[in-house]
Write a protein that binds this ligand. Structure first.
Ligand code: ATP
Ligand code: MG
Length: 665
């Protein structure tokens, strides 16, 4: 007999908080389900309720995998689940593809030939390595030489990886102008892969492709994970690339596991990174039995904002018709169009308007300024600072990418992984009289000793004896000796044999060691010092150094929301990074031809580029709940080289009765 216990709390009334389509999706028993609907229709809400529902059905949290666009999105969804269910879904697996891949690879990377404790290279590390390789293979760049920059070589490689092509095919299709360098590129890519492997390091693309390899090549691990993840849920499915799509299929491939993906083809904006909208459009080719749910109501925006959004996406002729109906009432305000005489005036308008809104009771956290490219935000940043309006930037230099933060982190990385060449070079470059060549020689010597140590101690993944002993005989030029000795003794103190130091203590020790050098190396040391204190506060929350370092490397561009979230801060973000988010008030700036749409898309001659700009515009408009301001500078720059800037075609091609003109002056 089966004895049923009563639920401890009254079950939630899901039907009352969801519309019928959302409810059907949340409670579905279908193995495969797709929710495809326009912006603000509650797709993310559906996934969140689905998690709560599964937990209430008794699914253990660790059998649920929730893949989101940012780690922050995953955290917020789980907080919401906690509110819904009253219990913390503690052990649930939630985060970006990269962070989940990292967690899984930490356990299994040895099966792929990595040593334990691999490090993660962020884009800065990748550039440094690539620059070194270009120098090595191509020599000093001659005048008029068109040899591609490190960034370009990396993008080509990354696009190939993320679209599952050979790099030569991408060269032929997208980078034909570089074909004459094919042989050199071949050698560079070969070395690039070898050097990463040798350094026991993975870049972001490696995290995905290695997870995929792990699942494809190791049946036992695949079986274990398929057994574990009974329910796989994916947000923003329209922006998955090929490795991600394959990973999802494999992880959700267990007998009886379920897969739910949600997304909107009209918001696919990452094709330049290899995302492929066909994954969502052709979902049923892969999963023929899939249930498909469509939502036609928009819950986010007032009708006037929804009207302009619907009109904007209609600029793309070739699309699935799915205009949304508003659930909200009108607030009687039309989206405002603001032609400003120049960029400074545009910025002044925005600062003044934000000031008024905040004085009227709208907190900064409900206001966002969005733009096509990070540099468009410069004037606004200056003007906000001038007006003492606090803001946080989710584009541009992120906290952990700042030089002084990376300096400190380099020591910790080397401590964890003595094979981390980039960290080592960064450290020795803080010594006086150490240039690239000397650093290279020192590295060769360090590496030899470190490798010999690790061979002699097969159980160790780092140097466990005092560094001053192990590296006593390293080849170091006489002039550098004193600094070398100080560095080794610092490393000794970071790794005392008696007890492991806490990450926060490690940061403080390295900071103290670096302080004299930093005071001379950086002009605004005092501000930077604040960052380092903040760093110590942040790592204080991490239990061990390895997880902290993985965390640092994984704070992807979209994810570097300031460490201390501040409710009063206005958000500045590129549109790409604003995906999935919403604010009461949105300012969309720099809406001039060539700025947005981007000149590159206008000139490319490929209509799909312009279509992606339209989708990006649609994403921007649909972030707004109550108020929307669309502005552009007639002149960009005030000096002799100022550019005349006609209004964006996006503004001029929309019916003018959908917006109201605001003359500023
Ligand atoms: P995007 O395409 O931008 O990612 P989305 O489809 O994921 O949007 P959500 O962010 O889930 O939409 O929802 C938009 C807003 O509408 C949220 O504030 C959400 O709480 C609200 N909402 C969604 N569905 C409902 C509903 N049935 N009742 C009330 N509010 C809802
Ligand atoms: Mg969403």
């Amino acid at each position: 007999m089966k004895y049923r216990l009563r639920p401890q709390e009254a079950a939630r009334d899901y039907a009352a908080e969801l519309n019928p389509e959302q409810y059907a999706a949340v409670t579905t028993t279908a193995r495969h389900a797709l929710v495809i609907a326009g912006a603000g229709s509650g797709k993310t809400r559906t996934l969140t309720y689905r998690v709560a529902w599964l937990l209430e059905q008794g699914v253990p949290p660790w059998r649920i995998l929730l893949l989101t666009f940012t780690n922050k999105a995953a955290r917020e969804m789980l907080e919401r689940v906690e509110q819904l269910t009253g219990t913390a879904p503690g052990m649930l697996w939630g985060g970006t593809f990269h962070s989940i891949a990292n967690r899984l690879l930490r356990r299994h990377a040895e099966r792929l030939g990595y040593r334990p404790g691999f490090s993660i290279q962020d884009s800065d590390d990748q550039r440094a390595l690539m620059r070194a390789l270009v120098k090595q293979h191509h020599g000093k760049t001659a005048k008029n030489d068109r040899f591609p920059k490190a960034e370009v070589i990396l993008s080509l490689h990354s696009l190939a990886v993320n679209t599952g092509q050979d790099w030569q095919d991408v060269l032929d299709s997208d980078y034909r102008h570089l074909s004459r360098y094919a042989d050199t590129l071949e050698a560079i890519y070969r070395d690039y892969r070898a050097r990463k492997q040798e350094q026991n390091a993975m870049d972001f693309d490696d995290l995905l492709t290695n997870l995929l390899r792990l699942l494809q090549e190791h049946a036992d691990i695949r079986a274990e994970l398929q057994e574990r993840f009974a329910h796989v849920l994916v947000d923003e499915y329209q922006d998955t690339n090929l490795p991600q799509e394959k990973i999802i299929a494999l992880l959700a491939g267990g007998i009886g596991s379920s897969l739910m993906v949600v997304g909107d083809d009209a918001q696919s904006i990452y094709s330049w990174r290899g995302a492929d909208v066909r994954h969502i459009l052709n979902f049923r080719d892969h999963y023929p039995q899939a249930e498909v749910y469509r939502i036609t109501t928009n819950y986010r925006s007032v009708p006037a904002i929804l009207n302009i959004s619907n009109a904007a996406i209609a600029l793309n002729a070739d699309r699935i018709q799915k205009d949304l109906q508003p659930a909200r009432e009108s607030n009687r305000m039309l989206p405002a169009v603001i032609p400003a005489p120049d960029n400074r005036t545009e910025a002044r308008f925005i600062a003044q308007r934000i000031d008024e809104l905040m004085a009227g009771g709208i907190p900064g956290k409900d206001i966002a300024i969005l733009y096509r490219a990070h540099y468009h935000s410069t004037d606004v940043q200056m003007e906000l600072s001038r007006n003492h309006i606090p803001y946080r930037i989710t584009s541009g230099l992120r906290f952990f990418e700042q030089a002084h933060v990376k300096d400190v982190v380099a020591f910790l990385r080397l401590l964890c992984n003595p094979g981390d060449e980039i960290a080592f070079r960064r450290i020795v470059s803080t010594f006086p009289r150490v240039g690239e060549a000397t650093a290279g020689k020192m590295w060769a010597s360090w590496r030899e000793i470190a490798m010999a140590y690790l061979l002699a101690h097969p159980d160790a993944d780092r140097i466990l004896a005092p560094h001053s002993e192990v590296f006593a005989k390293a080849a170091v030029p006489a002039a550098v000796r004193p600094h070398w000795a100080a560095f080794l003794s610092l490393m000794d103190s970071l790794h005392p044999e008696e007890k492991e130091l806490l990450p926060a203590e490690l940061v403080a020790a390295v900071h103290a060691y670096l302080e004299p050098w930093m005071r001379t190396a950086y002009e605004n040391y005092d501000e930077r010092e604040e960052d380092l204190h903040q760093l110590a506060r942040t790592v204080g929350e991490e239990e061990n150094l390895e997880s902290f370092l993985a965390q640092v490397a994984l704070l992807s561009e979209v994810d570097q929301s300031s460490i201390a979230p501040d409710d009063d801060c206005v958000t500045l973000s590129t549109i790409h990074q604003a995906k999935g988010l919403e604010w009461k008030v949105v300012f969309l700036i720099f809406l001039g031809e060539g700025l947005f749409p981007h000149r590159r898309a206008m000139d490319s001659g490929n209509p799909t580029d312009m279509e992606e700009e339209v989708r990006l515009f649609y994403v921007a408009l649909t972030r707004a709940q109550d108020q929307l301001y669309l502005s552009f500078p007639r002149y960009n720059g005030r000096s002799y080289d100022s550019q005349f800037c006609p209004p964006s075609r996006f503004l001029t091609s929309l019916p003018s009765d959908l917006m109201e003109l605001w003359e500023v002056g």
